[in-house]
Design a protein around this ligand. Structure first.
Ligand code: F6R
Length: 604
């Protein structure tokens, strides 16, 4: 998804901006651009379709300045091209804008501006902002931007420069993140802390409806309607090194391998052995309120939705509260009944996914109580919700989610245990789950230690053009997530079905060319899962099983350590992350940046 970087200070700006853009590459983009305030006055811009290195190659030798903004674009309005890349400059080349988000009324504004004689240079929605700022008669740049934003409908994170105000950058946020980085007589701005963390860990995250004017040694924030706001800088908890590859060939590999530590982190300081429960400081839900919950509705997208499915089964199983998970994008468009006795839980790694944020806002507007299960501290969803559980997976850079999925499921286990122990879960069961949780890091390590064997198995199946994933009850979300992981990074078509549904249709697809991955835990459904494998085998299908013991019906079995039944889905997902990874590697895919995908989807 689009990324913004900006700098104002004393240093040579172009290398800083390019470095920032490189740190945002993981979010996915198709073109990039940069604009600086030249030493001799005026703005100088360079743009290029393709990667940041192509932009870098186009930057002329004499491109010196100490103020600039830059952007990576993920096309929404208009194809990826040099012209459509940001920054967008007005006809005189005096105003430059970079923008994340979507201007919903862009065509209407464009028509009005064109009728007034403005000639557009691109097909983007962003360019209307540039012309609106350029045409404003207001005195200050802040006022000009404010005037432009008054007529804009939609979402934005923007940074604006103006040749007449070379000592400042004005930024604003509505639905798309903007973070200020405070340095020594220098200021940074970015859409993601990853772009500025190597220079400063002191940050201010703007709220929706807030804007800021940055100068080298000062900044001021106010609302987009002009009321001053107070911004207290916070220290980012992660070091710059957490965003590096750390000796691995890809971020995905690094993040898969980090899971034992990540799980350890989400558990740290939260377990209460005395009462066989957990402490979740940020929940803001007292025991009486917890007892009054009649349903739990979990909302998320993609992998987070899948983690929510496992979360729902944990809450239902341990707390005996009816619970389900639904894609946030669907929920908010079906005019749902919002029930005061339902606890809503928004799940998101980035905390910025637009569909999830919009669902939270809709729920809050209707008076619902919404908790967040979020990874990025201080993100929009974390701030909009009434409380929640941080996932503490650490920065996840690879576009596809791995460690965050695992940690989110662990966070849901904590929530389920907490609710369960307030309600009817026995001390013995609480203890059993806590012991199971404590075993997880070592058991994950045990699975990771078998990576070489898993890689060999993945190679056996890498020739498939289509794969089926099956599981039952707790195993079904594992199948869904594993099939998503495979299709995202290997581009192999994959389907996930409850194993019980095979004979109701998908069995027609089974043949030697379509292998099946079966999730087969040693639980009360073991025999049922074996019967499903039998059905596949009878149609000459190849089977790769993930199980707690060798499966005679399977061609290959990945044996994983057994934990409590409730926690087994966490462990069964891990080898399938490695299967997806090694399949994609064997096929030579761009693992960290799969085609057409972006890390955080801040548009609808
Ligand atoms: C898949 C993946 C996506 C995200 C989805 C939600 O590997 O990463 O499906 O899970 O876009 O993102 P967050 O969790 O940031 O809300």
């Amino acid at each position: 998804m689009c990324g913004i970087v900006g700098y104002i200070g004393k240093r040579d700006v172009a290398p800083l901006l390019l470095e920032g853009l490189q740190r945002l590459e993981y979010r996915g983009y198709d073109s990039a651009g940069v604009v600086i305030s030249g030493r001799s006055g005026g703005l100088k811009a360079v743009k290029a379709k393709g990667r940041v290195r192509e932009l870098e190659a186009r930057i002329p030798k004499r491109f010196a300045g100490t103020t600039g903004i830059a952007h990576t674009r993920w096309a929404t309005h208009g194809a990826p091209s040099d012209e459509n890349a940001h920054p967008h400059l007005d006809t005189e080349g005096r105003v430059a804008v970079v923008h994340n988000g979507i201007v919903d009324n862009a065509s209407e504004l464009r028509a009005k501006l064109e009728a007034d004689g403005v000639v557009f240079a691109s097909e983007t929605d962003t360019e209307v902002i540039t012309h609106l700022v350029a045409r404003s008669q207001a005195e200050s740049l802040e006022e000009k931007v404010r005037e432009a934003l008054k007529v804009i409908e939609g979402t934005y994170g923007i940074a604006v420069m103006h040749a007449d105000f070379p000592d400042r950058i004005v930024v604003a946020r509505n639905g798309s993140p903007v973070v200020l980085g405070i340095g020594e007589k220098e200021m940074f701005v970015a859409s993601d802390v990853a772009a500025l963390i190597s220079h400063t860990r002191q940050v201010v995250t703007l709220d929706d409806g807030e804007m800021a004017t940055l100068k080298a040694d000062d900044f001021r924030t106010c609302t987009t309607s002009g009321t001053r706001t107070t911004a207290t800088p916070e220290t980012v908890e992660w070091e710059a090194a957490s965003y590096d590859m750390g000796g691995h060939d890809t971020y995905m590999h690094k993040e898969i391998c980090e899971q034992p530590d990540a799980v350890d982190r989400v558990l740290r300081g939260r377990i209460d052995d005395k009462f066989s429960t957990v402490h979740l400081g940020g929940l803001n839900l007292d025991a009486r309120e917890a007892r009054g919950i009649r349903r739990v509705k979990i909302l998320g997208c993609g992998t987070s939705y899948h983690a929510g499915l496992i979360g729902a089964s944990l809450i239902e199983g341990l707390a005996r509260i009816p619970a389900d998970s639904e894609p946030a994008s669907e929920f908010r468009y079906r005019n749902p009944v919002v029930d005061p006795d339902t606890l809503y839980v928004a799940v998101s790694q980035s905390g910025e996914t637009y569909d999830v944020l919009a669902a939270v806002q809709e729920l809050k507007r209707k008076g619902a109580r919404v908790l967040g299960v979020v990874n990025v501290v201080g993100s929009a969803i974390a701030r909009e919700t009434d409380g929640g559980v941080y996932v503490h997976a650490g920065p996840e850079v690879c576009v596809v989610s791995t460690k965050c999925f695992t940690n989110t499921v662990v966070a849901f286990t904590l929530l389920a245990l907490h609710l369960g122990r307030i309600r009817d879960l026995s001390v013995a069961d609480g203890k059993r789950i806590i012991e199971g949780l404590r075993k997880l890091p070592a058991q994950i390590q045990e699975i990771l230690a078998r990576e070489e064997d898993i890689a060999k198995l993945a190679a056996e199946y890498a020739d498939a053009t289509s794969m089926m994933f099956i599981g039952r009850v707790r195993g079904y979300p594992v199948a869904l997530e594993a099939s998503l992981k495979l299709k995202e990074i290997s581009y192999i078509h994959a389907e996930a079905y409850p194993a019980s549904e095979l004979k109701h249709g998908p069995l027609a697809l089974i043949e030697p060319a379509m292998p099946t991955v079966a999730i087969v835990p040693d639980d009360s459904l073991l025999e049922k899962n074996r019967a499903a494998m039998e059905e596949v085998k009878a149609r000459s299908g190849r089977i790769l099983a993930v199980a707690h013991q060798e499966q005679a019906k399977a061609d290959h079995t990945i044996v994983v350590p057994k934990n409590e039944d409730e926690l087994d889905p966490i462990l069964m997902g891990i080898p399938l992350q490695l299967v997806a990874y090694h399949t994609a590697l064997a096929l030579g895919r761009d693992i960290d940046k799969p085609r057409n995908l972006a890390k955080s989807v801040t548009v609808e």
